[in-house]
Design a protein around this ligand. Structure first.
Ligand code: AP5
Length: 212
């Protein structure tokens, strides 16, 4: 899954994982978990996340290699937020070839900037289980409290306006070129990410069912 920050990739990944019974692998979520650990790597990762910069490719690739080698990925997996650079895409190609697996398709989520801004500004997350809400479009059952574990919800530090601006710039510079990369390979499918989650999910299902 490709797409700018806030487009709704994580929201749709959770639905796709349930619908198709495949593990969703979000590199962003993996790095947030690792950053919470009191290690040198955790502290370094926290710095990249807080600044809205990409984690270096070698760290990203090691993490994805290890995660996708776990038994639950044997019959396939869903990648949310990886690859994000041409170099990561080339490494993924080699990794999959070595495992006799192949990429089924690449979904690129698109939404106007004003929609992205509205999503960042209202996003709230649970600091314990990582579940995501939106104060207007996907509110929790009780205000500001996680439905699953009752923990008070927080804003993601990288949703601060200056960091968001930088994340969007980094996306345009480093990740947007992947659209041409995958279009040239006949793998790219556009998803209009602007409507409500059910409407977006219907598009996703239509594309993926067509690829099976
Ligand atoms: P990551 O966590 O992947 O962040 P991102 O790609 O910037 O995406 P977001 O999580 O911000 O948004 P989303 O598209 O998942 O939207 P969501 O579903 O939450 O990465 C974070 C950081 O990790 C990066 O900045 C980088 O530092 C590092 N990193 C990760 N992968 C890396 C890699 N491969 N290489 C290098 N560095 C890497 O939705 C947003 C909000 O909108 C929510 O509140 C949601 O409830 C709401 N919403 C969602 N869909 C809808 C809808 N259809 N209608 C109304 N509201 C909606």
């Amino acid at each position: 899954m490709l797409g700018p920050p806030g487009a709704g990739k994580g929201t749709q990944a959770a639905r796709m994982a349930l619908h198709y019974g495949v593990p969703p692998i979000s590199t962003g979520a993996m790095f947030r978990d690792m950053a919470a650990q009191e290690t040198d790597l955790g502290r370094a990762l926290q710095g990249y996340l807080d600044r809205g910069e990409y984690v270096p490719d070698d760290i990203v690739i090691r993490a994805v290699e290890a995660r996708t080698a776990e038994p639950d990925c044997k019959d396939g997996f869903l990648l949310d937020g990886f690859p994000r650079t041409i170099s990561q895409a080339q490494t993924l190609e080699a990794l999959l070839a070595g495992r006799k697996q192949q990429l089924t398709g690449v979904l690129v989520f698109k939404a106007p900037i004003e929609v992205l801004v509205q999503r960042f500004s209202g996003r709230r997350v649970c600091p314990v289980d990582g579940s995501t809400y939106h104060i207007e479009t996907q509110p929790p059952l009780r205000p500001d409290v996680c439905d699953l574990c009752g923990t008070p919800l927080v804003s993601r530090p990288d949703d601060a306006p200056d960091v968001v601006q930088h994340r969007l710039e980094v996306y345009i510079e480093k990740t947007a070129p992947l659209r041409d990369y995958y279009r040239a390979r006949g793998l790219l499918h556009k998803i209009n990410a602007a409507p409500d989650p059910d409407t977006v999910f219907a598009q996703v299902i239509a594309v993926l069912d067509g690829l099976k």
